[in-house]
Design a protein around this ligand. Structure first.
Ligand code: NBP
Length: 481
């Protein structure tokens, strides 16, 4: 009997997805560049399964039923192009290639189009959930050639996470839309992680709480409005003890790694001109953490005045919970606003409520909060910004005072809160009917004749002033990026 699907790439994600498919009754053929890993897999975790090992792409393709479905679970970038190039001549019209890695959406746009010309159907599917998700049900965000969706839908939905019996896997949109939504998911993941880290530093350094005390606080927060996978694992991490009985967390070097999806999200936001400050700060916070030696030198040369917290500890902890919640709302509001702009720019039809549902289970940012987002978009699919939805208007009002107190605590105690405070600045900016950009426009016109619009004239009419009395009357070309 031939295999239903072939999978290339037997690292952590590939192996676990294959086992997941096998559990759901699919026969899978596998291939990996390094053959020894295929053997280890077959004699190890895949023992006693129907999984077929293959040792060349020809053998892999031959082992598949028609139309063939081949899924790539390899390092993003050139490796994906390499496999597409090698596979294409071996496949027949109508066959499907799925790229389940973290590919850049513009690469997926290009690949979808190139393969369409060869009558091959391409899917770029974001997969989230890490090892555990891949094994027991990830969130899957497929996009690409819609003709391929009916063929791959049964298997991808079967292996995905389920919430309220709904699969966390629905068609996202054309070309690179699936990988785009996965990129935003990862950006939001960066943001969620950073705000949790800021809460942790404020509580440990600012309030002097022990790991066990913080564990209890995170565990309690996980029962309320912040309930989420990342809050839950933070509580678990805080309680984890090293061999000597001390918290392992205290011994972990404070330099964060990154693989680039947060950076891509930030770059895209800059390209589309949409503020994505919280995620941007989260990426930069990782970059700053990586400058360990420089920071150690600076800590000696630029010492902080150490202050002791003297206020009410319980009320400050509640305020930090508010800061986490409000900042999280800002992060999602910014991320969804960016997706809205991307849909316009790249001509995709994105369903924002469905995207929130896709992230409810299996993935790293899963949380109860996503139901509130779904409800906001169900009530108004054309919602411009989540901050304008009734639920979030109220939530922001309730969290606002505690959030400000938290930022003040950070400022007073010299504890950095880049995401909490930049989110607050965005919130205050977004609800400013008048920003100081009048002065900015005047400055631009003063030094570069860039012109300005007037409040007492219709929009679209541009004026230039000879501010010094010795400038010319010629204005610069008016264009916006
Ligand atoms: P990796 O991203 O570490 O990729 C490992 C796979 O790529 C192995 O099969 C390896 O083959 C193959 N590979 C490499 Br590396 N260079 C190759 C080359 N030049 N030619 C052929 N094959 C090559 O594995 P992963 O962490 O399982 O992730 C797979 C994909 O899923 C990535 O795109 C990743 O970003 C994405 N993703 C990962 C996670 C996660 O939590 N790890 C979560 C969600 C998505 P070899 O065995 O011969 O070296």
């Amino acid at each position: 009997m031939k295999a239903n699907i072939g999978l290339i790439g037997l690292a952590v994600m590939g192996q676990n997805l294959v086992l997941n498919m096998s559990d759901h009754g699919y026969k899978v053929a596998v291939y990996n560049r390094t053959a020894a890993k295929t053997d280890e897999f077959l004699t190890g975790p895949a023992q006693a399964t129907q999984i077929i090992a293959t040792y060349s792409l020809q053998e892999l393709v031959k082992s598949l039923e028609s139309p063939r479905i081949v899924m790539l679970m390899v390092k993003a970038g050139e490796v994906v192009d390499h496999y597409i190039e090698q596979l294409s001549p071996l496949l027949q019209a109508g066959d499907v290639i799925i790229d389940g890695g973290n590919s850049l959406f513009t690469d997926t746009n290009r690949r979808t189009e190139a393969l369409r010309k060869k009558n091959l159907r391409y899917i770029g599917a974001g997969v989230s959930g890490g090892e555990e998700g891949a094994r027991h049900g990830p969130s899957i965000m497929p996009g690409g050639n819609p003709d391929a969706w009916p063929l791959v839908k049964p298997i991808l939905q079967a292996i995905s996470a389920k919430v309220d019996y709904e699969p966390c896997c629905q068609w996202v949109g054309d070309a690179g839309a699936g990988h785009y939504v996965k990129m935003i998911h990862n950006g939001i993941e960066y943001g969620d992680m950073q705000i949790i880290c800021e809460a942790y530093q404020l509580m440990s350094e600012g309030l002097g709480l022990s790991s066990d005390q913080m564990q209890a606080i995170f565990a309690q927060w996980n029962q309320g409005k912040l309930s989420s996978y990342l809050i839950e694992i933070t509580a678990n991490i805080l309680s984890y003890k090293d061999e000597d009985g001390s918290p392992l967390l205290d011994k972990i070097l404070d330099t964060a790694g990154q693989k680039g999806t947060g950076k891509w999200t930030g770059i895209n936001a800059l390209e589309l001109g949409i503020p994505l400050t919280l995620i941007g700060e989260s990426v930069f916070a990782r970059c700053l953490s990586a400058l360990k030696e420089e920071r150690v030198t600076a800590a000696k040369l630029l010492p902080k005045s150490v202050k002791k917290f003297t206020g009410d500890q319980k009320s400050m902890i509640d305020a930090i919970e508010d800061a986490l919640y409000a900042s999280k709302i800002i992060s999602y509001a910014q991320g969804f606003r960016l997706m809205r702009e991307a849909a316009k720019e790249y001509n995709w039809t994105l369903n924002y409520g469905d995207i929130a549902l896709l992230w409810r289970g299996g993935c790293i940012i899963r949380s109860g909060f996503l139901n509130n987002i779904k409800q906001a978009y169900s009530a108004n699919p054309a919602l411009e910004n989540l901050l304008l939805a009734e639920f979030f208007v109220k939530a922001m009002q309730q969290a606002s005072i505690g959030w400000r107190r938290t930022v003040i605590l950070g400022v007073e105690m010299s504890i950095p809160t880049p995401s909490f405070s930049s989110a607050l600045a965005y919130y205050d900016g977004y609800r400013c009917a008048r920003l100081p950009a009048n002065l900015l426009q005047a400055q631009r016109d003063y030094f570069g004749a860039h012109t300005y619009e007037r409040t007492d004239k219709p929009r679209g009419e541009f004026f230039h002033t000879d501010w010094t009395g010795h400038g010319g009357k010629t204005a610069s070309t008016t264009y916006n990026i």
